[in-house]
Design a protein around this ligand. Structure first.
Ligand SMILES: *Cc1c(COP(=O)(O)O)cnc(C)c1O
Length: 396
């Protein structure tokens, strides 16, 4: 199936890979760690084929194959020349890309602001293995231009970024990287492929925390990487060593989640934009950052590279840390929990969440204000959420 179909059709019908010979509309969960060959020739063929879906589940599983095919279609990849890997978590996907492509002496360019696990890779893990990392302000294309030099191997982007919703110019950065023979990676978790397709902007590899919008129900931890078949084959060689394999049950739940991805994201987009517009009018709110707002400093860029703006926003509450804390505690519908992108709204007081891992200066550099609140708008009724936000603001 390719992008000649609408995202809704790709989601509802899945990809045309069927697990074996059964006619079940919903693919069975193939809960087998290993698969038997009929004869010596078949065993030899199974053992030598890249990403065989019925050899050994760490190497592949029929459900991994189904999820991968669907993700290629959703990301606008070509079924013949692109492929995907599913992993046990989003960090499993990111670690796989970094460890699979980099070696000692390589140079990486990434953003000062990243999902925390990725940021730790650039600050601590990769330098330990002799990889040099240069971090740049993602909103400044000239900073990317200065940082991407001959010898840069990998350029890592995340847009919109956690938690500030700042954007990276994907086409601009990918062109700079290509000019230096570097590969570009995009963490597309916040946008989802419904709102943004980085491959179309020249990005080589798209990574996802499928724990978020792709799964969509706050019930699984999963990740994915999408890219050219050559890159995916190379990464698979590393994946079978790293072993961050998605369990068949979680692959099945991911497939189930994908069925409604387009529908859910449409609702997240509409509800979040309506609430962001309302919130920015409230006197107790200092500022709202959401890529869909005309007041977002990069809204023009958002319009060129996104077709919808997602359910996550960064709300700056007037009155400092304590005011933000009171606001979050007074909310009754959004639950106070990390993660995002599922059907239930979730809220976190960013400065409280990162206090254990960053000092005040690091938070300032990362753009995390003491009074900033990250809201992931779920698929509840927009009016109910607005009423709850309104009552919580009376406590600020
Ligand atoms: C959650 C998240 C990750 C990590 O994903 P896990 O599934 O928790 O390992 C990476 N990037 C972004 C943008 C995320 O939101």
């Amino acid at each position: 199936m390719n992008r000649a179909f609408s995202p809704e059709t790709v989601c509802a019908q899945g990809a045309p890979v069927r697990a074996g010979d059964d006619s079940a509309l919903v693919p069975p969960i193939v809960y087998s760690a290993t698969f038997a060959a009929r004869d010596a020739a078949e065993f030899a063929a199974m053992a030598s084929q890249s990403r065989h879906s019925r050899y050994y589940t760490r190497y592949g599983n029929p459900l991994h194959e189904q999820v991968a095919a669907q993700l290629v279609a959703l990301e606008g990849g070509d079924a013949d020349s692109h492929d995907a890997l599913v992993t046990a978590s989003g960090m499993g996907a990111i670690s796989l890309v970094l460890l699979g492509l980099l070696k000692a002496g390589d140079h990486v360019v990434a953003q000062t602001n990243h999902y925390m696990g990725s940021a730790k890779h650039f600050a601590e893990l990769l330098p330990r293995f002799g990889v040099r990392c240069t971090l740049v302000d993602q909103t400044d294309l000239d900073a990317w231009r200065r940082a991407i030099v001959p010898g840069t191997r990998l350029v890592v982007t995340e847009t919109p970024v956690n938690p500030t919703c700042a954007l990276t110019d994907l086409a601009g950065v990918a062109a700079l990287a290509r000019a230096q023979d570097a590969l570009t990676v995009c963490d597309n978790t916040f946008a989802s492929p419904i709102n943004q397709q980085p491959l179309g902007h020249g990005v080589d590899l798209v990574v996802h925390s499928a724990t978020k919008y792709l799964g969509g129900h706050h019930d699984i931890t999963a990740g994915a990487v999408v890219g050219s078949r050559a890159l995916i084959d190379a990464l698979w060689q590393t994946q079978i060593c790293l072993g961050a394999t998605l369990s068949p049950m979680d692959a099945w739940l991911l497939l189930r989640g994908l069925r409604t991805l387009a529908l859910r994201v449409r609702q997240h987009n509409a509800s979040a934009l309506a609430l962001a517009r309302w919130l920015e009018q409230q006197p107790k709110i200092e500022r709202v950052f959401h890529p869909g707002l005309e007041s977002h400093p990069q809204h023009a860029l958002a319009r060129t590279q996104m077709t919808g703006y997602g359910g996550v926003m960064n709300i700056v509450v007037r009155g400092g840390y304590d005011a933000a804390s009171r606001f979050v505690h007074a909310l009754t519908l959004p639950r106070q929990a990390v993660s995002l992108g599922g059907v239930e709204s979730l809220v976190v007081h960013a400065a409280a969440m990162w206090a254990g891992t960053m000092n005040d200066e690091q938070m300032r550099v990362a753009g995390i204000a003491p009074n900033a609140v990250r809201l992931s708008v779920g698929v509840e009724g927009t009016q109910d959420l607005q009423a709850d936000l309104a009552q919580a603001l009376t406590t600020v």
